[in-house]
Design a protein around this ligand. Structure first.
Ligand code: FHN
Length: 598
């Protein structure tokens, strides 16, 4: 290849990758924009607080074990509802001070607070006229902490948000969950035992309480639902209520059925979930500071400030928001270790906030060996966790000219930058990192980042594995998360027409013939979709088969490719024609080498 052609190819590849990455900040839903406070804010406080906080992980000498979650104590020890009511009736958190909690969050750099308005125990932490089982009418405390928090948040410029357990309610005889008190409760997560009774619970408690929350507490940033719903219609009616009464309010991704098409304005990852990267819809990861959400006097397994800061940076560099939990005591006090950790996080963020707030995900298609990166316009932020011993930080695949490099902690001291023989950017660093947890280096570059695409190599057995992480997506195709299952939760979907392309760059070192396997899920009704898998001049055309469920992935062989030349090739997958539905939930392509006699 002559030099001009090589440069042209480089530019084409670079544009490809940049286009792919820029799309990560596009709104996930066609009609609803994600507000700037969420998109740019990145960091929120989760608060799990309720009568379980009084118990602190212990009831009648029985203890919640380390690693288990204390807000589930009623369920764990099957505390009869009559007895749990007595515990709730003694709730008197006189040390609660809304302004102090909000100040703690604000000082830590958090931009929103989500508090449990009703957790699975069914107790309302707000003044509800729908059920007397609430903190104002049922306890000596007699105050409405949500009112106080919403006002303190408004004063401090923090978005106030509520958590509401919409399906699970251990106090209500017709809701899901309490099988030890009620023969009438719903007993399994997949199907309602008594739909007419569940409907009564929705109409008598969950929906009217949600209406109260949506009308009595000013503007809500998010209504955070949990544990999914029986069917999409029910999920949509909760999301619809939020959107109709609070048009600017967001709904998280756990509102609908976990095994069906995702509902909500953004995706909630699994608890403490960290994706490998690549999600191209807005997402948030709810995470604990120790191992429990609700207060446990036993759980001292606190994450260090270093770990918390690095998790924040890692989430943000992958395009997500970090929702970090505190579990106040029954007296209304946030545990001292939480305060100390958040205070240290705040110190770091005051110095480095520019590299977190309002940033876009890393433009690099794979992880960096020494840390993470974020970007904003023509500024690239390199978060260095492992300070190189030889004093030189190396960055592969960046094609822009670096105009200026400096430490975020000291903008006046410019760092020397050169390109080595492999075209890597090499930055000369001071001997000691300014921050042992994460030192941020700023690269001011010419234009928006242009980076090399990810190149997939053949495995040791010469097979080629093409997955969501290594792909670039175009048109409407997006890399997504789904809630079902604990693993393998990622896929690419929303392809509806030939311009909605999934693409991989592959380096062939051992040419040959390959059997092409595809893994995907498709629901009944999508069988009219056909797709093309293309490599150079070779094409495989195949028809979608129903796998019977949204996330029921199946693998099948669809044909053969002859990749007879060494070097780089591009493999693309796209719908053959325009469809009225998604093509499939794509998981992976596998190219398995064939022996000469096969
Ligand atoms: O069951 C709850 C749990 O108690 C806690 O509220 C977490 C927070 O994300 N959500 C559920 C489990 O996923």
């Amino acid at each position: 290849m002559n030099k001009l052609l090589a440069a042209l190819v480089l530019v084409m590849f670079s544009c490809t990758s940049v286009r792919e990455k820029n799309r990560a900040v596009d709104p996930p839903r066609e009609n609803r924009a994600i507000p700037a406070w969420f998109r740019d804010g990145k960091f929120g406080m989760f608060i799990h607080w309720g009568p379980y906080s009084i118990l602190g992980g212990e009831w009648k000498g029985k203890k919640i074990e380390q690693g288990d979650i204390a807000e589930w104590i009623m369920h764990k020890f099957q505390i009869p509802v009559e007895e749990y009511r007595k515990i709730a009736a003694a709730f008197n958190p006189t040390k609660f001070n809304a302004r102090e909690w909000v100040a703690l969050a604000k000082n830590a750099g958090m931009k929103y607070i989500i508090i449990t308005a009703k957790h699975h125990d069914g107790f309302a932490m707000f003044h509800s006229k729908v059920s007397p089982y609430n903190i104002v009418d049922y306890t000596p405390f007699g105050r409405d902490p949500l009112k106080e928090l919403s006002e303190a948040c408004a004063e401090a410029g923090i978005k106030f948000c509520v958590y509401y357990s919409h399906r699970e309610d251990w106090e209500h005889p017709y809701a899901y969950g309490n099988t030890w008190d009620f023969k009438t409760s719903q007993t399994n997560l997949d199907a309602m035992d008594r739909p007419e009774l569940f409907r009564k619970y929705l109409d008598e408690k969950a929906i009217p309480q949600l209406q109260e929350l949506l009308t009595n507490y000013g503007p809500l940033g998010i209504v955070w639902f949990d544990r999914g719903m029986y069917n999409q219609e029910q999920g949509k009616s909760f999301a619809g209520l939020v959107h109709s009464l609070q048009p600017d309010g967001l709904v998280n991704g756990r509102v609908g059925h976990y095994d069906k098409e995702l509902l909500g304005d953004y995706q909630s990852l699994t608890d403490n979930g960290m994706p490998s990267g690549g999600i191209e819809e807005y997402w948030e990861s709810p995470q604990t500071l120790n191992d429990t959400w609700g207060y446990s006097k036993f759980d001292q397994n606190w994450k260090s400030p270093d770990v918390v800061i690095r998790k924040l940076v890692s989430v943000v560099s992958k395009g997500g928001n970090y929702l970090l939990n505190v579990g106040p005591t029954g007296e209304g006090v946030i545990p001292q270790p939480s305060i100390e950790i958040l205070t240290r996080v705040g110190e770091w963020i005051r110095q480095n906030g520019e590299s977190v707030y309002g940033t876009a995900p890393s433009p690099f298609p794979s992880e960096l060996s020494w840390g993470f990166s974020t970007m904003k316009g023509d500024h690239l932020y390199l978060h260095v966790f492992d300070w190189p011993e030889d004093g030189f930080l190396k960055l592969k695949g960046l094609n822009n000219r670096v105009r200026k490099a400096y430490l975020l902690a000291d903008k006046s001291a410019h760092l020397h930058v050169k390109r080595d023989e492999n075209r890597q950017v090499v930055i000369r660093l001071p001997k000691e990192p300014p921050d042992k947890i994460d030192s941020v280096i700023v690269l001011e570059i010419s234009g928006r980042p242009e980076v090399d695409p990810f190149v997939i190599r053949q495995e040791a057995d010469e097979s080629i594995s093409l997955d969501y992480l290594s792909a670039a997506t175009f048109g409407k195709a997006v890399k997504r998360f789904n809630r079902k299952g604990e693993e393998e939760q990622f896929h690419i979907s929303k392809m509806q027409g030939p311009e909605d392309v999934i693409e991989w760059h592959v380096r062939i070192n051992s040419p040959g013939r390959f059997e092409v396997l595809i893994t995907y899920a498709a629901i009944p009704g999508w069988e009219d979709g056909c797709y093309i898998v293309k490599s150079g001049g070779q094409k495989i055309r195949s028809a979608v088969k129903s796998t019977q469920g949204w996330y029921e992935y199946k693998t099948e062989s669809i044909g053969r490719f002859n990749l007879s030349e060494s070097g780089e090739t591009t493999i693309r997958l796209y719908p053959e024609k325009q469809l009225g539905h998604y093509l499939m939930y794509f998981k992976s392509l596998g190219l398995v080498p064939l022996k000469s006699n096969q």
